[in-house]
Design a binder for this molecule. Structure first.
Ligand code: NFS
Length: 641
């Protein structure tokens, strides 16, 4: 069989080739077997909502074809899209709800292994929400906050609390469009109701509800998850670590956590440093124990604890196929069921830990927050037992690993940029106004098997850095660039444009700032609010020289994130396009008319270099509107292209 190019990351390519020599089937083969992809589905024109169908609309037909109930192409596509946004919002928000419960348990003493770590943030947010912060214990304040934020899921009056953080301009636009989110669960439920057979058939009205739901994610579920995790586990600070499959150690017990919620992984992070656990690993013949992560759980323990990252989404199966993973402990989201088949080839103990997410044939561990640390210890000892059963002849770990700095937040990032003006966004805004920085762009999101792994992230970010764009990242995208070495401070002198280089070198930060997991995209919203507040570069978010991109998007969460970004005034470049290409009215609204209502729009451009140039052009337009000096375009072709 001819070799395929599956990844722009050499470690991934090596691990993949090793897996193939062992006849292991991975996502790439399964995806291949699915070809040709169903074009009706891909274009958003397949409706499975009622049981008279499935109905599908011929995209080439000039006639106004309708499904059995009379729904046309735009109605069908808008319904499907709205459901994707509801699912993505539900995922982020249910994550937040879980953390909220953990905070309440910690505060009431029923989960004694958890403590409020960031007391300052607890007090600040308590005061922001009008809670009683004077003469109360931290536990009482945490209880008040937990209860107040839980109300954000289901209250029947008012709006999601954190929408009030948005600049007035954004809130006015939301008010005018009727999309201020009321409560998180309510918006998800309303999406499901409206898309039920025979309810809302108007594409625009459906998309507006999808926007309201997405805003409930960005300014609700995701923002609550971030804030609560900071309070409970500590706000991140810049921290050094390593990334890529080479962080797995042949002589050590290798435990990989994978998923999204840090409730268990934070406990594993503590237990993995305990002498009792390390001694136990050694008693099984190992040199020690290595804890690392995949996907966003990796980002969580990276930015707070400095643990290394084994890889991003498309590397999850390949981590196991190195033969060196003794246990992979998974919770929720982005966990491929295909892991079960790979694990069968090896001694790897794959274990699910969330009641919400089980995989057929995979052992389930009943995790209890009341005895969280004991649970973590038990899981790590189980991994050490598994190490004793490892077949050393099957081990093949790619040696690649890369240094990185992670742990930037909306609060700390600009303290770093500040130098002597600590704690304000003034230096950032000044750098944009003076033309040392062109603007700030969030490049975020997943990997997608349809796209050469990591390629789009790298091409896009390289082009932006060269052109003096400060790049902020989260999720699997951050990990793609981390593997390339761009999250090291030295990357500034190696590849950034002159202005960006000067800024990074003056304060010792990388040109690409890792701001956390996907729920932490809310940190980017807050950073935008701060830029508006600081003044001089726009009265609301839609006027700032900023943009967002998800160049290898995969999950429904990414669809929701993209929509709340655009709904919040940030023009977003997104690949592959969500399933709206067969629906002309929906496509036109998202990529064009949305601008009038929200000050931003979507751009669906598959070529990452073209997209990066589109982003630069967009920033230049925003700069021109602010009457800032134009900046030169550096046309060197990106090395990654
Ligand atoms: Ni975000 Fe994180 Fe990765 Fe995509 Fe999945 S891990 S929540 S969804 S694949 S970036």
């Amino acid at each position: 069989m001819a070799k395929r190019t599956i990844s722009a990351d050499p470690a991934t390519t090596k691990a993949y080739e090793h897996a193939r020599t062992q006849d292991i089937t991975t996502i790439w083969e399964r995806h291949e077997a699915m070809q040709p992809i169903c074009a009706f589905g891909d274009l958003g024109l397949c409706c499975t909502i009622c049981y008279m169908g499935p109905c599908r609309i011929d995209p080439f037909s000039k006639e106004d074809i309708r499904g059995a109930c009379g729904a046309g192409r735009d109605t069908i596509s808008a319904r499907n899209y709205t459901r994707a946004v509801a699912a993505g919002t539900a995922a982020h928000s249910d994550h937040a709800r879980g953390i909220c419960h953990t905070l309440l348990e910690a505060a009431s003493g029923s989960a004694p292994d958890y403590k409020v770590i960031d007391i300052e943030k607890l007090k600040t947010i308590g005061a922001e929400l009008g809670l009683k912060t004077e003469d109360v214990s931290y536990a009482d304040l945490a209880l008040q906050l937990g209860k107040r934020l839980l109300e954000n899921f289901g209250k029947s009056e008012g709006t999601v609390d954190f929408v009030k953080r948005a600049p007035k301009g954004q809130q006015d636009k939301w008010e005018a469009a009727g999309v201020i989110p009321r409560a998180v669960d309510r918006e998800v439920v309303e999406c499901m109701h409206r898309t039920h057979e025979g309810v809302d058939a108007d594409p625009k009205s459906l998309i507006l509800q999808a926007i309201r739901c997405a805003l409930a994610d960005g300014w609700g579920g995701s923002m609550m998850a971030t804030e609560l995790q900071d309070i409970l586990f500590g706000s991140p600070k810049p921290i050094r670590s390593k990334v890529n499959l080479g962080v797995l150690k042949e002589g050590c017990v290798n435990v990989v956590v994978h998923g999204h919620e840090p409730v268990l992984s934070e406990m594993l992070a503590i237990a993995a440093r305990e002498k009792e656990i390390i001694d136990y690993a050694k008693s099984k013949g190992a040199e020690g124990l290595t804890l690392s992560g995949i996907c966003c759980t990796a980002n969580e323990i990276l930015m707070r604890q400095g643990y290394p990252v084994a890889g991003n989404f498309l590397q999850q199966e390949l981590a196991i196929s190195t033969g060196a993973v003794d246990a992979m402990i998974v919770d929720v989201q982005c966990v491929m069921p295909g892991l079960a088949q790979i694990a069968e080839h090896f001694h790897t103990h794959l274990v699910t830990t969330s009641d919400k997410a089980r995989i057929p044939g995979v052992n389930h561990f009943d995790f209890h927050e009341e005895k969280a640390l004991d649970c973590a210890r038990e899981l790590l000892k189980d991994a050490a037992d598994s190490f004793a059963k490892r077949d050393k002849s099957l081990v093949d770990i790619p040696q690649e690993s890369m240094d990185l700095v992670a742990g930037f937040t909306a609060e700390n990032t600009f303290h770093h940029l500040g130098g002597t003006f600590r704690g304000t966004y003034r230096p950032l805004n000044d750098a944009i106004m003076s033309g040392r920085l062109r603007g700030v762009v969030g490049v975020v999101g997943c990997n997608n098997v349809k796209i050469n792994h990591d390629h789009n992230h790298k091409v896009m970010v390289e082009e932006l850095l060269k052109n003096d764009v400060l790049v902020v990242q989260t999720g699997c995208s951050a990990l793609a660039c981390a593997k390339a070495g761009w999250l090291r401070p030295e990357a500034a002198s190696e590849m950034a444009g002159k202005g960006l280089q000067e800024i990074c070198e003056a304060v010792g930060i990388p040109p690409v700032l890792h701001m956390g997991s996907c729920v932490d995209n809310s940190r980017i919203l807050i950073a935008c609010c701060e830029m508006v507040k600081e003044g001089g570069i726009g009265e609301d978010i839609s006027q700032l020289p900023v943009a967002a991109a998800a160049p290898e998007a995969m999950s429904e969460k990414a669809v929701a994130i993209g929509l709340y970004a655009v709904g919040s005034g940030i023009t977003t470049f997104y690949t592959p396009a969500p399933r709206v290409l067969g629906a002309p009215a929906v496509l036109d609204y998202l990529t064009n008319s949305m601008e009038q209502d929200f000050g931003a729009h979507w751009v669906f451009e598959d070529n990452p270099l073209t997209a990066a140039r589109g982003i630069i052009e967009h920033l230049d337009k925003k700069r021109a509107a602010l009457k800032l000096d134009p900046m030169m375009y550096n046309p060197d072709v990106a090395r990654s292209a």
